[in-house]
Design a protein. Structure first.
Lengths: 238, 238
DNA sequence: CTGATAACATACACGCATGCATGTATCTTC
DNA sequence: GAAGATACATGCATGCGTGTATGTTATCAG
């Protein structure tokens, strides 16, 4: 599960590239940063921001707090970087697959399924955890979080409006409210299921379809037609 | 919104009963305990356990930490009491209404709607916040939380199984997994909607129905028994 | 009215996590 | 290969929150 949890007790930690060559400074730094980011993401996902202790983050990545404070200005800066990192990863692995989808309904259902698969990693609940911890507060983390959330929210809102214009999504509450519920239901279901495949994917799609008000078999009517390129993709290149 | 947020800067705080009589010790103590519990619930809901600072809890209730440590053994004891208090309130206001419901589907949808209404208060997210903060940890708060969650989960699981036996709920993933997703989707949607009535109620019911795999109008047929699909503007009165 | 006890306030000690300053190893450049 | 820079480790100071001990006020018993 953990990618870089090897404590590397010997002194030769991460000083050699995969190809055997000596690391360049940039490679070394990037690897450290990645390991710290992933460890911090796991920590944030499981403990929240307040309970996150930086020494544990560093240790679980195979470093000390010194490395962490070299890579990141402070705890807040680390959290912001994690948010950006998770957002980026999400866009790569989930958002990308729905960009080319023409049918809004299919795009939204694919989104839900993709999110469920994405959240099988232990990094999943970062967004939900931080949002619960900071929602309504005046804090840089809250603002950054609102930013990425707003982006996804707008995306869903547009898809819902488009679906309604096409008649594939029935009328109901304002599109933005539906989009909020869509995201919440999807994330809530996925979190509770805690990555137990394959039910997480099916039930996330069901919840999503329900919020949209469409017949649930729209989410299961394409059992063979999987979301683009996302076959039983394993959670993590462990 | 706040019930007992008056700081009562003068010395006559809470020494007189509503009827003007001098308070008895028991009344006085009970009122203090209630105020502290409610303040703590708000705090837990908005900040989580780790970020909860007891002096703020006490002050927002009109007391100091002294009163808090007189009523509760420590921070953990306070959190456990809040969990029990919220659970009790939930059973009174939501659970009670579904006990006499014979139709499992209607019971589940009523549960979702009731939960949405219940969560319009600022006390709502306590369960979700603490669950995210403690899930998977070995902590008394986590165990207590698992207890009340398990109770609700079993309830939903039984209702789902009953509905399937009756044929009103279609087959699908294991009932327990569906129940998990049901709770998660319901809570997630409600939290994201943050109590904006009346959409929270409608969309919570939609999400719930979707997870169950039933036609969504089963969730809107409750208030005003509409004929099937003949509602161009089915949204509730804004 | 008076002692006793509960309800609450105030003051202090302790642990702990953060942030920074300093020290050491590794890499780069010339 | 030596000097400079970068990556990282170690030690220290500070702030902050909890828990507890002690002091003060309100209620109760006789």
């Amino acid at each position: 599960m953990h990618v870089s949890s090897v404590p590397a007790s010997d002194g030769s930690r991460a000083t050699a590239s995969p190809d055997g060559r000596r690391s360049t400074q940039a490679e070394r730094s990037a690897r450290s940063r990645s390991a710290l980011l992933e460890s911090a993401a796991r920590g944030l996902s499981g403990h929240g921001y307040g309970n996150l202790v930086l020494e544990r983050v560093a240790n679980e990545a195979g470093y000390t707090r010194g490395a962490l404070y070299h890579q990141f200005k402070d705890k807040e800066d680390l959290a912001l970087a994690v948010i950006d990192w998770v957002d980026e990863t999400w866009r790569q692995e989930v958002g990308r697959h729905i960009d080319h989808e023409r049918d809004p309904v299919l795009a939204l259902i694919t989104l839900a399924r993709g999110h469920a698969v994405f959240c099988r990693r232990d990094v999943a609940r970062v967004a939900m955890a931080l949002r619960l911890e900071f929602s309504g507060h005046d804090h840089p983390v809250a603002r950054r979080l609102d930013g990425v959330s707003e982006s996804l929210l707008k995306r869903c809102t547009r898809l819902i409006s488009a679906g309604r214009r096409m008649g594939t999504i029935p009328p109901g509450p304002p599109a933005r409210a539906v989009a909020l519920a869509f995201i919440g239901a999807m994330e809530g279901a996925v979190i509770q299921l805690a990555g137990q495949a394959p039910h997480d994917e099916v039930l996330a799609a069901r919840a999503a379809a329900g919020v949209l008000g469409i017949d649930h078999d729209a989410s299961t009517s394409h059992p063979t037609r999987r979301p683009r390129g996302s076959s039983p993709r394993s959670a993590d290149p462990a």
